[in-house]
Design a protein around this ligand. Structure first.
Ligand code: FPP
Length: 248
């Protein structure tokens, strides 16, 4: 039997164009997008995927018209409220990564509640990237890393001047990222035909396999998801070497 990727990350793109193609308001696309999200989350849990990370709202998305931002926040509220019991019942552990600085208090409270409620669940690890930006995450990690080194060694200068730099490495740095307790994604899927990663998991996707899928997110089905996994299973991962690491 083929091996599942351990961690799949998705950029759920194309809600607006899906709506535009039907002469509907963009919100209608986001609503349909939530339906697609629910179906993929349920399916991912059922097939035994360990980690699924979804890009739900970027640090740049605040620059959209206020009405659209309000609609997206409303949908997020609705999702967190209406899905909380179902996610918990399905043994899903929820995490939210991002700054939280700009989210409203009631949304932060819902997130805290659901993260606490689900923290001992052992099924799918579902991570929502909300008010998330990869560069922002890395800058935040640099600040936290420097503060931790300064606290251990007196100040950052003496920390950097030391001959022994064994605690200044990728592994240590990774502990300061929002994703410190998640493995790197094996597979990144972006829907809607756009071929870029738009500030998503910049550090973590160093060796991820990428699939750019033509469908808009509201049209993306569980069969499309399974086909992406099959595509991934047929790839060779070489991690910069000449040795191929078959994923199957
Ligand atoms: C991209 O479509 C999608 C988003 C900015 C938000 C993604 C949100 C959802 C799928 C719904 C909310 C999800 C949860 C978990 C509540 P776009 O608006 O950029 O589409 P476009 O590129 O066609 O304009």
């Amino acid at each position: 039997m083929s091996v599942l990727p351990q961690h799949i990350a998705i950029i759920m793109d194309g809600n607006g164009r899906w709506a535009k193609a039907r002469r509907l308001p963009r919100t209608a696309g986001h609503k349909k997008g939530v339906d697609a999200t629910k179906a993929i989350v349920k399916h991912a849990g059922e097939i035994g995927l360990q980690y699924l990370t979804l890009y739900a709202f970027s640090t740049e998305n605040w620059q959209r018209p206020a009405d659209e931002v309000n609609d997206l926040m409303g949908l997020l509220r609705f999702y967190l409220k209406s899905e909380a019991a179902e996610l918990h019942k399905n043994n899903v552990r929820l995490r939210v990564i991002g700054t939280r600085d700009n989210l409203s208090k009631d949304i932060i409270d819902m997130i805290d509640h659901l993260e606490g409620l689900s923290k001992n669940n052992t099924g799918l690890n579902l991570t929502l990237a909300l008010d998330y930006g990869g560069r922002q995450e890395i800058m935040n990690a640099v600040q936290s890393f420097i503060a931790a080194k300064a606290a251990t060694h007196g100040d950052i200068d003496s920390s950097l001047r030391r001959d022994d730099k064994s605690d200044i490495d990728e592994k240590e740095f990774g502990k300061h990222l929002y994703t410190h307790d998640l493995p790197d994604p094996d597979l990144l899927i972006r829907t809607s035909g756009e071929m870029r990663i738009s500030n998503f998991l910049l550090w973590q996707c160093a060796y991820s396999e990428f699939i750019f899928h033509d469908k808009y997110w509201p049209d993306f089905t569980v069969d499309d998801f399974d086909n992406c996994i099959t595509d991934y299973q047929n790839r060779d991962r070489r991690y910069g070497t000449v040795e191929s690491v078959k994923v199957t």
